[in-house]
Design a protein. Structure first.
Length: 344
């Protein structure tokens, strides 16, 4: 009976399958409020965006109503409604409200909205009668600018996050192991669907598996870097067209003792591939990730060519991006292959 397949550490779409639980120091998230807002999901961000404006409007609406109530503007407004002719004479005679045309909390709330969003309908205005009203006007404008800056900056950062660009960086669904230059190699294909390039693109690979030390310490997710090689040398790649990235399975490789017969018995084996670079159009660093489990590694196969020259330019057929063909490959480990070569 086959053993149950272990959970992925990194999903095929690059999402990390790690749940953070029992975090006691929740206050650390509030020390970086902006990053916390950017990391929230869109419904939560829009809810906070709406509530921040509504709460500020209601708060300052209450302040404006209290100023009008303390100055007696509400009583004067009532008298203006009852006796229009006397009110006109009285207003010209000497009584000046702090804010004109405030009759109730509703009108104070509307004036608060007009102040904060800089919309003036001409019906309400601050007079020179109350210095406190002028001070509140200044404070509300500053608060409104701060809220606008934070919320608009947060929405801009969410819409331009680096992982959006990573959606067009693709990896082959399967990895393959086959001979290249007489040596067993682990190979995968990576490509970029956009014409705008990823500048200074680098790629690296790690093996994540459960290990135990000589002292008996069990490391459930031990991350081991493995050397990558690519057609242009080093870890830097020029990703203008799909490339086949490969890792030579030598004595320093974690795959040194893996053969096609025991490959699928390594349920704890997971190979993570990480591609990083700078987006040419925005200058933001992006990262694309994927992983390969043991049953997603094909032994004795090779990727088919997908780049061809047509009408004086190179054409890439992405319909064959993940296609492979069988090739003659020894059914032994890299260790056994090297030992056989040394004997010969």
């Amino acid at each position: 009976r086959a053993r149950e397949r272990r959970a992925r550490f990194v999903g095929k779409n690059g999402a990390c399958n790690v749940a953070h639980k029992n975090i006691r120091e929740q206050g650390r998230f509030l020390q970086d409020v902006f990053t916390t807002l950017v990391d929230l999901k869109w419904p939560h961000t829009l809810l906070i965006f709406t509530m921040s404006f509504l709460c500020s409007w209601l708060l300052f609406g209450m302040v404006w109503w209290l100023i009008a109530f303390a100055h007696g503007d509400l009583d004067h407004s009532t008298r203006l409604q009852r006796e229009p002719a006397e009110a006109a004479a009285g207003s010209a005679g000497g009584f000046v409200p702090c804010v004109t045309s405030i009759h109730s909390f509703t009108s104070a709330f509307l004036f608060s909205i007009e102040v904060q969003v800089t919309i003036g309908f001409g019906g309400r205005m601050v007079t020179e009668e109350c210095p406190a009203a002028i001070l509140v006007l200044i404070v509300q404008n500053i608060v409104g600018l701060v809220i606008n800056a934070i919320m608009l900056g947060c929405i801009f950062m969410k819409t331009s996050q680096a992982h959006r660009r990573a959606e067009t960086l693709i990896f082959s669904k399967h990895a393959v192991i086959a001979l290249r230059e007489g040596r067993l190699c682990f190979m995968l294909r990576v490509g970029d669907l956009r014409k705008s390039m990823i500048i200074s693109a680098t790629i690296r690979m790690q093996v994540v598996k459960k290990t135990a030390s000589l002292e008996g310490e069990v490391v459930p997710l031990n991350q081991i870097d493995i050397q990558m090689e690519n057609p242009v040398g080093g870890n830097s790649i020029f990703l203008v067209s799909p490339l086949i990235i490969y890792h030579v399975i030598d004595k320093n490789s974690p795959l040194y003792d893996i053969s096609p017969t025991n490959l699928h018995h390594h349920e704890d084996l997971e190979i993570i591939v990480i591609l990083e670079g700078v987006v040419e159009t925005t200058g933001i660093t992006t990262q694309a990730r994927t992983s390969y489990l043991a049953d997603e590694i094909l032994w004795g196969q090779r990727f088919v060519p997908i780049v061809a020259e047509e009408d004086g330019r190179y054409s890439v057929d992405y319909s064959k991006f993940g296609n492979t063909v069988k090739v003659p490959t020894p059914s032994c480990t890299a260790r056994q292959l090297e030992e056989d070569k040394s004997i010969m």
